[in-house]
Ligand binder design. Structure first.
Ligand code: BDR
Ligand code: CA
Length: 320
C-alpha cells in the first residue's frame, strides 16, 4: 500500500478526500494534519475528527497545525463551505481530541517513521508544509512526492487569476514549489471537472453505510461547478481528485513545466504562473532569469475514470 499523509482544511471536499483515502485498499493513510483555510483551524480539526469517526477510522492520528498563513491574516471560505466549514450538515462533535503533537511535529515523525517513502497530499493552504520543509528539511529524504491541490494553469476562484489554497498563503506555496522534491500540481483546471452525476449522488445518500451516506450528503452540498452543467444534484469531488491521482496516476495527464507564484501585492497575488511555452529555457538564457523548478502540472483528467474510482471506493467496504 502507498503510505500517504493528507494535510487539509476540512472543508466539504477535503472530507470527500478523507473518506476516499480511508476506504481505498491501495492507500495507507498514516496521519492527517490540519491547517486554517476553509474555516479556522479548530473547526478544521473538529471536522476532520468527525469525518474519520464516521468513516470508521478513529485511530488515524490527527494534529492541529497553523492557525493563519505565514504573513497574512486568516480568511475563511464560509460562503463556500458553510458556517462550520462542512456544509452545515449538523454532524456530531467528535468523541476524541487531536494528538498532543502539533502538525509539523506529527508530519516529521510520521514521514521519517514510514518504512517506505511517503506521498504527501496537501489539499489546503500550504502553511504547514512550508513550516515543515523549513524546520525539518531532512524529511525530504523519505518523501516520494508531494501531490497538492492548488493553483491553476488558466483560471482562478478566490480571485480572477488565483486559486484559493495558493492565494490564502502564497509565500507558503512558493516555499513548496522550490523545495526540490517531486511535485504534482492538481490545479483548478482539472479539480473543477470531476463531477459525480446527480443520480449517483442520490443513490449514495440512501446508502446504509454511514461513510457512503456522508459522501452523498457532502456531494449534494458542493456548489454547482462548471462541470455540473444542468444537473442540479451533481457534485464535484474536488480535493478527492488529487487523492484519486495518487492511486491512479494514469487518469491524469501531466507535463513538467516551470511554475512560479506571484507574490506581489495587487491583482495577481497568489496566481500560479505556469510557463507553457515550447522552449521556456531559451528566453531565460537571453534575459538572465534564474532557473525555475519543474512541476508536474495536471493538464487533463479522465473524468469518467476518476468518478468511477471514487464511487467504487466510497460505496465499497473499507480496505485492509
Ligand atoms: C480549494 O479551496 C478549498 O475551498 C477547497 O477545499 C479546495 O481545496 C479549491 O480552490
Ligand atoms: Ca481543501
Amino acid at each position: 500500500r502507498i503510505p500517504v499523509i493528507i494535510d487539509c482544511d476540512t472543508g466539504v471536499d477535503d472530507a470527500l478526500a478523507l473518506l476516499f483515502a480511508v476506504r481505498h485498499p491501495g492507500l495507507d493513510l498514516r496521519a492527517v494534519t490540519c491547517v486554517a483555510g476553509n474555516t479556522d483551524v479548530d473547526g478544521v480539526v473538529r471536522n476532520t475528527l468527525t469525518v474519520l469517526e464516521r468513516a470508521g477510522a478513529p485511530e488515524i492520528p490527527v494534529a492541529r497545525g497553523a492557525a493563519r498563513p505565514l504573513i497574512e491574516p486568516a480568511r475563511s471560505a464560509r460562503h463556500v463551505h458553510g458556517t462550520d466549514g462542512m456544509g452545515d450538515l449538523g454532524l456530531p462533535a467528535p468523541t476524541r481530541a487531536p494528538a498532543e503533537a502539533d502538525a509539523v511535529t506529527l508530519l516529521r515523525r510520521e514521514i521519517l517513521a514510514s518504512p517506505s517513502p511517503v506521498t504527501l497530499i496537501p489539499t489546503a493552504p500550504l502553511t504547514n508544509i512550508a513550516l515543515l520543509l523549513r524546520t525539518h528539511p531532512e524529511v525530504t529524504r523519505n518523501i516520494e512526492r508531494i501531490v497538492f491541490m492548488g493553483g491553476a494553469v488558466a483560471c482562478g476562484n478566490a480571485t480572477p487569476v488565483a486559486e484559493f489554497n495558493v492565494w490564502h498563503d502564497p509565500e507558503a506555496a512558493a516555499v513548496l514549489l522550490t523545495a526540490g522534491v517531486p511535485i504534482t500540481m492538481y490545479g483548478l483546471d482539472v479539480f473543477q471537472r470531476v463531477v459525480v452525476p446527480g443520480a449517483r449522488v442520490r443513490r449514495l445518500r440512501e446508502s446504509p453505510d454511514p461513510g457512503a451516506r456522508l459522501a452523498g450528503d457532502l456531494l449534494s452540498h458542493r456548489p454547482a461547478s462548471p462541470g455540473a452543467g444542468a444537473d442540479p444534484d451533481a457534485g464535484g469531488i474536488g480535493d478527492a481528485g488529487a487523492v484519486c491521482s495518487v492511486v491512479d496516476p494514469a487518469g491524469l495527464t501531466t507535463r513538467p513545466l516551470p511554475v512560479e507564484v506571484s507574490l506581489a501585492p495587487g491583482p495577481t497575488r497568489g496566481q500560479t504562473v505556469v510557463d507553457r511555452r515550447p522552449r521556456p529555457g531559451e528566453a531565460e538564457i537571453h534575459t538572465g532569469v534564474r532557473e525555475r523548478a519543474l512541476v508536474d502540472v495536471a493538464l487533463d483528467v479522465d473524468v469518467d475514470r476518476f468518478v468511477a474510482l471514487y464511487l467504487d471506493t466510497v460505496a465499497g467496504p473499507r480496505g485492509p
